[in-house]
Design a protein around this ligand. Structure first.
Ligand code: FMN
Length: 190
């Protein structure tokens, strides 16, 4: 059964608002790649824009600059090993999709490879900011498509519970150890 559903672009920023580690994927002229990134964040609601740090040493950066786009897939607990693996080796000499048996599906707007088994997905068009890209390795993107797994993101909100523990997002603590958010608290309105 397909649980993936489109997310209103007005709510796309909620997909990474809580700081999950993401998988950054790219594609250019027959080459594709994916890496882990703990440092991403929303920066604007309308149009929806995000920032992600993509280090100068990475192959991902080369493909982002060459292609003008990148995708963010939000992995869940079940993908912890894969997330660590694609963040621990470069795709310059090896196709990480083949090596790790990663299945990807094409994003609806840019055809970028989105990672199967994740719980949220966005395609972004790079907003060229040569200074921040060079000085801080920070890339900005405008979100042009957003989707999520309805079992854990419904009615434009994350829905975290005991019944969907394998689908909870990963929050990197370092060295391949991740925190998962296992409960939520509702603040009172004053
Ligand atoms: C959990 C995790 C989080 C990471 N976060 C970032 C990040 O935010 N930015 C970054 O540039 N590299 C980050 N890395 C490192 C890259 O994923 C790593 O350098 C990767 O091998 C680059 O692959 P590539 O050369 O195929 O692009 C992270 C690695 C891990 C394991």
């Amino acid at each position: 059964m397909m649980h993936r559903h489109p997310v209103d672009l007005a709510h796309a920023c909620r997909l990474i608002n809580h700081g999950p580690t993401v998988l950054v994927s790219v594609r250019h002229e027959g080459r594709r790649n994916v890496m882990a990134a703990a440092w991403s964040m929303p920066v604007e609601f309308t149009p929806p824009r995000v920032a992600v740090v993509i280090d100068k040493s990475t192959f991902t950066r080369e493909l982002v600059l060459a292609s003008g786009g990148f995708a963010l897939s939000v992995p869940c607990r079940a993908l912890a090993d894969l997330t660590y693996a694609v963040g621990s080796a470069s795709g310059r000499d090896v196709d990480k999709f083949e090596r790790h048996g990663i299945t990807a599906f094409a994003g609806p707007k840019l055809g970028l490879p989105l990672i199967e088994g994740c719980v949220a997905w966005m395609e972004c068009r790079r907003i060229a900011e040569p200074h921040s890209e060079a000085a801080y390795d920070t890339f900005f993107g405008e979100v042009v498509s957003a989707q999520a797994d309805a079992r854990v993101f419904a009615n434009s909100r994350w829905s975290i519970g005991d019944d969907n523990a394998d689908l909870h997002t990963l929050h990197h603590l370092g060295g391949g150890r991740f925190a998962v958010v296992s409960t939520t608290v509702q603040a009172r309105k004053h």
